[in-house]
Design a protein around this ligand. Structure first.
Ligand code: KG4
Ligand code: ZN
Length: 344
């Protein structure tokens, strides 16, 4: 099927054309980061308004880039949740309108399901696998048995990893969102110079906690008599990154051990992190495991990632009804419930 995919769950408006749940013909992303940066975080009402403005433009551009006429589109995929409900509703209304007007099926897809399966657009990863989702809103470990078949293995008990990166960057005056800036600074710092705690590292579970590292950074900053800059700032970024990466890596490897699996997929914005990539690739080289990272464009929020699950659901005849609503919160374990009882 030739699918038009729409994503508007947070602060990125995206439209993509995906063929057969595999081939990305276009993947256009309009970021609202500049709109929200001066508020130090996403302002939900502003996000909805910006999605409304941007969506028709990114849809037109996605069709244009793919050199596909709207008449050739055979189905529509859209993020149903989780996310900001006003922002989600913009995408959902557009998907319903397009599908209704053209008489084609549409399907509401779980945002994290999109992240977890995005790798399949670049290379085939056989099921089952363990998936580590690390983004601004999520730090979760899942077992993925197939499309629509997910089980939560562990999760953060407080902040998400990306949220911790952003909060630390903010308190260091590095702007918002600060994950990528921290990553760049960390590359030039000494990770041993300032040692931060590794919460839950030695606990025999698959859960995470990041607010403790963030507070430790805050306390460290408050103890300084002069503003942190230059090499001191790089060392601090490197120390924070080392602590975060060590916990993420250890828990992901523990999830593989606990499930007896050999394949790990890492996705979400923090999957762009060079320290995390390096640590997991090193672990893969030393053990009998494979680690997969989608390319950066498919790691962060984008519409093409929805195409994998949408193709599967629509091909099996599971289209969504026009009265389907957005879901602000929605556990991934329940993502496939509407589509088939025999999935589980
Ligand atoms: O998946 P994403 O684009 O949006 C959602 O949160 O759903 O992830 C955004 C998050 C932000 O917190 C951002 O600071 C973080 O990913 N991020 C990074 C890096 N690039 C983006 N964090 C650490 N290192 C990076 N290189
Ligand atoms: Zn996301």
């Amino acid at each position: 099927m030739l699918l038009l995919c729409l994503e508007s769950s947070c602060d990125e408006t995206s439209a993509a054309v995906v063929r057969a749940g595999r081939e990305v013909l276009s993947n256009v992303i309009a970021s609202q980061v500049d709109v929200h940066a001066r508020y130090g975080g996403v302002v939900p009402e502003l996000a909805s308004r910006k999605h409304l403005e941007a969506l028709p433009v990114v849809i037109a551009e996605a069709l244009d880039k793919a050199q596909v006429d709207i008449g050739a589109i055979e189905g529509v995929a859209v993020t149903r949740g989780p996310g900001l409900v006003g922002a989600l509703l913009v995408g959902l209304a557009a998907a319903k309108a397009l599908a209704f007007a053209r008489g084609i099926p549409w399907v509401g897809v779980h945002h994290i399901e999109g992240h977890a399966l995005a790798i399949q657009l670049e290379r085939e990863v056989a099921y089952p696998f363990v998936c580590l989702i690390v983004s601004g809103g999520h730090t979760h470990l899942y077992r993925v048995d197939g499309v629509g078949r997910y089980r939560t293995l562990g999760r953060t008990l407080d902040d998400a990893a990306g949220e911790a990166y952003d909060k630390v960057a903010k308190l260091l005056g590095l702007g918002y969102p600060g994950g990528a800036v921290m990553d760049r600074l960390a590359a030039e710092g000494d990770p041993e110079a300032i040692v931060f705690p590794r919460p839950l590292l030695h606990q025999d579970n698959l859960d995470f906690s990041f607010s403790g590292i963030k507070t430790a950074v805050l306390n460290y900053v408050n103890r300084q008599s002069a503003p942190i800059a230059g090499q001191h700032l790089k060392d601090l970024a490197a120390g924070f990154q080392r602590a975060a990466v060590e916990v993420l890596t250890a828990k992901a490897l523990r999830a593989l051990d606990a499930t007896g699996m050999r394949r790990l997929v890492v996705a979400g914005g923090v999957a762009c992190n060079r320290g995390l990539r390096q640590a997991l690739q090193q672990a893969a080289a030393q053990r009998d495991i494979e680690v997969f990272f989608p390319s950066p464009l498919l790691c962060t929020d984008n519409a093409a990632m929805l195409g994998v699950a949408a193709q599967d659901y629509l091909q099996r005849g599971f289209a969504s009804p026009l009265d389907l609503n957005a879901l602000a919160s929605w556990p991934l374990d329940r993502a496939g419930d509407d589509f088939s009882r025999d999935l589980h």
